[in-house]
Design a protein around this ligand. Structure first.
Ligand code: ANZ
Ligand code: ZN
Length: 784
């Protein structure tokens, strides 16, 4: 930089407010982050999991995920990709509606408020979003296509209505899908759910059980998420083994009971059978006339037991340690030992799994053992039976996706019930079926959606026969809204189709997906299913929506996960106001690898702010005509560190190297950098701190465009001679940080670097140090 420039422009103080405002405006005025979706040569679809904020706004934990995804997108852009980074709002559903109800505000009004605040906050953090493509799931332009998707499922035989045992949340006053029940509680409100038999809409996700397991091999996902999903689908291979009843039930078709077992070799140890309370044989027993001579007392006993167990959730029934049950009075014959064995009803056997009947082997199976011991059933040692006795069978734990909700705030299910034609889909040309604008939206306990009270909505004509008919009044599960949004983003301008063929071919599947691991069996499973179904219907050509998935860690505050329910949320607005988005972003990314999350602390953010202030000053005062030879190697080292660690989301290591470099640059008054080298340094920092780097770049290169579209610097392998080492820093034996040192550094140098580390300073003040232990090139431990 010429001395002349310095004279004309005396250095100003680093004013994050001024800079961030200026560049936000500049970027959006020029639309620099909008990609030309049709002509882009090197498309890269960088997506963050769909946010569902409430009107309270985003907290720092949310910002952490958004920033993590954006830093990656910015890095890829500087690698020469045309990065498409869309954003939108998942605002239909119980989470938004519950909040609106709590605030006594109509969900529609509340959602407008949420939307405004949410986009305002998102603009502040400087993500390179393609704002022109944003979408909101409650907008009729969007849910029209959600309804279209429902109809595709219906017409292709993947959506059906059936009376079934489902989980009901008494607080949300709606049914839930299996995936929304966690440890017997509603995923949203944490109330205990109850079981109810209700007529509901289901999607046949079970048709894809096998593919959903096998295709996990095709995607680059974290192993931990793949395992959770595989276990949820729960593939099991075994045999169906039939047991004849010792006396035939004349009036029923039941001459035998079919069990499902993964251990047919234990057949010699079977001393009883158990059927689930929902097994059809049970109702035959209670309702049949001349069935054996079952006493009225026995019947009553059985009926009581059924009532007792229908209130329990499946999860309760499996984990319940105290086994309960009732003897039926029936006996069956063990086909191998020919022994007569009692048939029991017990709810630790689930009706929805296998055949709903189990052969009891108390000698080998723990559950059976507990049961046999409680009810004095013999426990028989057995050998290994080698011959095949049953028929081979594969079963899955996964059940069909219950999609209907008895709530207001969702996309109405586009079905019309006609007395003569049955269930008829609303014609596509009549979509969307608009959610009526009404003040009568509160959920009730009667199992009906509030829409059922709206006769204007309910009464319609059958599209087939034109006779009076009634609309379906349940709405779609919010997870249906989010199961396909990534398909819509590149095509938000298409009014006639949910997505355009060419653009979809070019941009999908999503290249990088970053989000929370808590959706392993919810959103991530549903989206995969929907994608496979749409491929089979012929609408898309790929069968996995997310090629590469990485989960981010959680932000901890005061020892627990930052969340609204814990009451420990930090509003990013204050920090952005005080320190700027660049500082907040860089600080969040410095806490640790993105996969690990971190512990939020005020002291540490101050340290990062100081770093950016030093960047501001040093870049402007020490950029001259040439680079001091002492800095060349160090800069090369920082380029290598950033280049290698950005793609694996270890931004913390990248930042540590930039801090290391800056230390070196400042360490001697005479050290200077050439303009080109300073720009390289700024480029490395650009994805993390997009505003300050843009400002400094514009000072150095007033005639150039944005730094964010420059080509990432390259490092020279030959200069990487000095080996640098990552070492752990402990305080009282607890890992607090990682620093990068160079081979051969003195103990004193290592110690002083460790004491500059923000994460270390969070946990000690130098005066507290009692002892310093350094194991060369491995570990630093401060005893305090
Ligand atoms: C006899 C036996 C002996 C079993 C033994 C296991 C061990 P996975 O592996 O999860 O598929 N089972 C079958 N249907 C059931 C149902 N509807 N509800 C509850 N339990 C059921 O488990 C299959 C095993 O779980 C089956 O194999 C059956 O018990 C039980 F030493 O049969 B086994
Ligand atoms: Zn009709």
């Amino acid at each position: 930089m010429s001395a002349l420039w310095r004279i004309i422009n005396p250095m100003k103080k680093y004013s994050h407010k001024e800079i961030e405002k200026k560049w936000t405006k500049d970027w959006y005025d020029k639309n620099i982050y909008e990609v030309d979706l049709k002509s882009a040569k090197n498309p890269y679809y960088n997506l963050m999991m769909f946010p569902y904020p409430s009107a309270e706004g985003l907290h720092v934990g949310n910002m952490y995920a958004f920033t993590g995804s954006d830093v990656f997108g910015r890095f890829m852009r500087m690698q020469g990709h045309d990065v498409f980074e869309p954003i939108g709002l998942d605002g239909f559903g119980i989470h938004s509606e519950n909040y609106a109800i709590k605030q006594n505000t109509h969900p529609k009004v509340m959602s407008k408020k949420t939307e405004k605040n949410y986009y305002r906050q998102l603009k502040l953090i400087g993500n390179s979003f393609a704002w022109n493509h944003r979408l909101e799931t409650y907008s009729p332009d969007y849910y029209k296509w959600t309804q279209w998707l429902f109809i595709q499922m219906f017409e292709n035989g993947l959506a059906y209505q059936e009376e079934a045992n489902v989980s009901w949340c008494p607080s949300c006053k709606t049914v839930l899908s299996d995936e929304q029940v966690e440890h017997g509680q509603c995923e949203r409100c944490k109330s205990e759910v109850v079981q109810k038999s209700m007529k509901q809409w289901f999607f046949k996700i079970t048709k894809y059980s096998n593919q959903l397991i096998d295709d996990l091999d095709k995607v680059d996902w974290e192993e931990k998420i793949k395992i959770i999903q595989k276990n949820w689908i729960g593939k099991s291979t075994g045999e169906e083994v039939e047991f004849k009843l010792s006396s035939v039930i004349p009036e029923s078709k039941y001459h035998s009971i079919k069990t499902y077992t993964t251990r047919p070799d234990t057949i010699e140890g079977v001393t009883f059978l158990v059927i689930s309370p929902e097994h059809p044989l049970v109702s035959a027993l209670i309702n049949g006339k001349s069935i054996l001579n079952i006493s009225a007392q026995k019947k009553q006993e059985i009926e009581n037991y059924i009532t007792e167990s229908t209130n329990k959730t499946d999860q309760d029934r499996i984990i319940n340690k105290d086994k309960t049950g009732v003897f039926t009075g029936l006996y069956a014959i063990n086909p191998v030992t020919k022994e007569k064995i009692p048939v029991w009803i017990a709810d630790y056997v689930l009706s929805s799994y296998g055949t709903g009947a189990v052969m009891g082997v108390p000698f080998s199976d723990d559950r059976d053992k507990v049961f046999a011991e409680k009810f004095n059933i013999p426990i028989k040692e057995h050998g290994i039976y080698k011959k095949q006795i049953g028929t081979k069978k594969t079963t899955y734990k996964l059940r069909d996706w219950c999609i209907s909700r008895q709530r207001y705030w969702g996309a109405p299910i586009p079905i019309i019930h006609c007395k003569s034609c049955g269930n008829v889909a609303v014609p596509i040309s009549e979509l969307p079926v608009l959610l009526p604008d009404t003040n009568d939206y509160l959920p009730t306990n009667d199992g009906l959606s509030p829409l059922a009270r709206n006769s204007e909505f309910v009464n319609t004509k059958c599209p087939k026969c034109d006779k009076p008919a009634k609309r379906e009044t349940d709405v779609c599960d919010t997870f249906l809204d989010s199961s396909w949004y990534y398909l819509r983003y590149p095509s938000t301008d298409n009014n006639t189709l949910p997505w355009s063929t060419e653009v979809t071919k070019k941009w999908l599947p999503v290249d990088k997906y970053i989000g929370g691991a808590e959706h392993a069996v919810l959103h991530l499973l549903y989206s995969r299913f929907v994608t496979k179904a749409l491929r089979d219907f012929g609408y898309i050509e790929f069968d996995e929506p997310f090629t590469n998935l990485r989960a981010h860690g959680l932000i901890i505050k005061d020892g627990t996960k930052m969340s609204k329910s814990k009451g420990n949320v930090i509003n990013p607005d204050e920090y952005i106001e005080r320190f700027g988005a660049d500082t907040l972003r860089t600080y969040l990314m410095f806490m640790g690898p993105l996969s690990q999350g971190g512990d939020f602390s005020d002291n540490a953010i101050v340290g990062v702010n100081r770093f950016l202030n030093r960047v501001w000053k040093t870049v402007q005062t020490k950029t001259k005509n040439t680079t001091s030879p002492q800095l060349t190697k160090k800069l090369n080292w920082a380029i290598q560190k950033c280049t290698d660690n950005m793609p694996i989301l270890k931004y913390n290591v990248a930042i540590a190297s930039l801090m290391g470099f800056l230390n070196e640059w400042e360490s001697d008054e005479s050290y200077t950098m050439s303009k080109q080298d300073t720009i390289s340094f700024l480029q490395l920092l650009a994805p993390l701190a997009p505003f300050i780097t843009e400002e400094l770049y514009s000072i150095l290169e007033p005639d150039q465009n944005s730094i964010h579209f420059t080509k990432w610097p390259e490092y020279n392998n030959e200069l990487l001679v000095e080996k640098e080492i990552e070492i752990a820093v402990q305080i009282n034996g607890v890992l607090r940080s990682t620093i990068i040192i160079e081979n051969g550094w003195s103990e004193a140098k290592v110690r002083s670097l460790a004491l500059e580390d923000a994460n270390v300073l969070k946990h000690l003040t130098p005066n507290d140090i009692k002892k310093f232990i350094y194991i060369k090139n491995k570990i630093v431990n401060f005893v305090i």
